[in-house]
Design a protein around this ligand. Structure first.
Ligand code: NCD
Length: 313
C-alpha cells in the first residue's frame, strides 16, 4: 500500500487531513478482506509491542484494539487502572514511563480527562493512539462510523447525517462531526438543548430539538448513549421522559416512509435511546460497525507503525 499519514500519533480527527482519511479507509478495506479470510493473521506488526492502557471502562474499543493488534501479530500488553498502582497514587507520566521502559513502541490510551493523549505525546517517547479522552474525541470510533456509513451509502458527500442523544458528554459526537464535515456531509445534531454544548454551532452543524423532524430529514442517524455516569445535574426530568421524547422505536422508523441507516457506538441502553426492536431491526448496522472497527484499527496501527519504523533509521 502506498502513502503516509500526515501525523505521527492518532490524537484526534481534528489533526487529520482529507488525504489521511482516504488512506485510512483504503487500508481498512484491505484489512477487512484479510480478516474475512480463513487465516486472519498477517505478520505486519511482528516485533512491535503495543500497550493498551485503559483508565476508563471499555468493552468494544479495548477488545477491538486488542484483536486488531493480534491480527497484525504485534506483542500486546494490557493495563487497566483498576487493580493497578494508580490506586496507590502513581502519576500518569510515571505509570506510562514505567510501561514504556519495558520497550513498548505504541500506546493505546483511554482516559477520563480530555487532552491526556496530547499531553502524553509531548512527554513520552512513543506513538500514542487516543482510544477516547473524556468528553473530547474518540477518533477510531469516528473513523469506523464513517467507514461503515460509506459502505452503506456510498460517497458521504452531500449525505444528511443526524447525531442524536447525549452530545454534551460524548466523545463519539465530536469525532463524528469532524469526520463527517471533512467528508462533505450535512450534519444535524438532535437532543434536548441541555445536552448540546454551546460551542457546537461553531462546527458548522445544524441543531434541531425535534426527533421526528430530524429522522424525516436524514439518510442516517448515529444514536448516542445517555451517559448516566457523567451526568451530574438534572439535564432532563427523568430517563423515562427522555426515552418518551428522544427514544427511537421500530414504529418510529417504520412511520418515516423511507429506510434510514441506524448506527450506535455501543453500549446501548436498550429502552432508553433505542428500543430493542429498533436496535435489532434491518435499519441497524451496529454489528457491522463492530466488525469494521477491527479493520479500521488495524489500518491505523499499520500506518502509524510505518512512520516510526522510518524514524528509527
Ligand atoms: C463509546 C465511548 O466509550 O466513548 N463507546 C465506545 O467506545 N464504543 C460510547 C459510550 O460509552 O456511550
Amino acid at each position: 500500500m502506498e502513502g503516509q499519514l500526515s501525523v505521527n500519533h492518532l490524537l484526534g480527527i481534528k489533526y487529520l487531513t482529507n488525504k489521511d482519511l482516504a488512506l485510512i479507509f483504503k487500508t481498512a478495506e484491505y484489512f477487512k478482506e484479510i480478516i474475512n479470510r480463513p487465516i486472519k493473521k498477517v505478520p505486519t506488526l511482528r516485533d512491535i509491542t503495543i500497550a493498551n492502557i485503559f483508565f476508563e471502562n471499555s468493552t468494544r474499543t479495548k477488545l477491538s484494539f486488542e484483536l486488531a493488534e493480534k491480527r497484525l501479530n504485534a506483542d500486546v500488553i494490557n493495563f487497566s487502572a483498576s487493580g493497578s498502582s494508580v490506586k496507590k497514587g502513581e502519576s500518569l507520566i510515571d505509570t506510562v514511563n514505567n510501561i514504556l521502559a519495558m520497550k513498548v513502541d505504541m500506546v493505546v490510551i483511554r482516559h477520563s480527562s480530555p487532552g491526556v493523549p496530547v499531553f502524553l505525546s509531548n512527554h513520552v517517547n512513543s506513538c500514542i493512539i487516543n482510544a477516547g479522552d473524556g468528553t473530547n474525541e474518540h477518533p477510531s470510533q469516528g473513523l469506523l462510523d464513517a467507514f461503515s456509513l460509506q459502505e452503506r451509502l456510498g460517497d458521504i458527500k452531500g449525505k444528511k447525517i443526524a447525531i442524536i442523544g447525549d452530545i454534551l458528554h460524548s466523545r463519539v459526537a465530536l469525532s463524528n462531526i469532524y469526520t463527517l464535515k471533512m467528508l462533505g456531509a450535512e450534519v444535524k445534531i438532535c437532543a434536548p438543548l441541555s445536552l448540546i454544548p454551546k460551542h457546537l454551532k461553531t462546527l458548522g452543524v445544524e441543531i434541531d430539538t425535534d426527533l421526528h423532524r430530524t429522522l424525516s430529514w436524514c439518510d442516517a442517524a448515529n444514536v448516542l448513549r445517555i451517559q448516566q455516569e457523567r451526568i451530574k445535574d438534572n439535564l432532563f426530568p427523568s430517563v423515562r421522559e427522555y426515552a418518551a421524547a428522544y427514544g427511537i422505536k421500530l414504529s418510529t422508523l417504520n412511520s418515516l416512509g423511507k429506510k434510514i441507516v441506524l448506527l450506535h457506538p455501543g453500549p446501548i441502553n436498550r429502552g432508553v435511546e433505542l428500543t430493542s426492536d429498533a436496535a435489532d431491526s434491518e435499519h441497524a448496522i451496529i454489528l457491522d460497525q463492530v466488525e469494521n472497527g477491527v479493520a479500521i484499527r488495524m489500518a491505523i496501527m499499520y500506518l502509524l507503525s510505518s512512520k516510526f519504523k522510518k524514524h528509527e533509521k
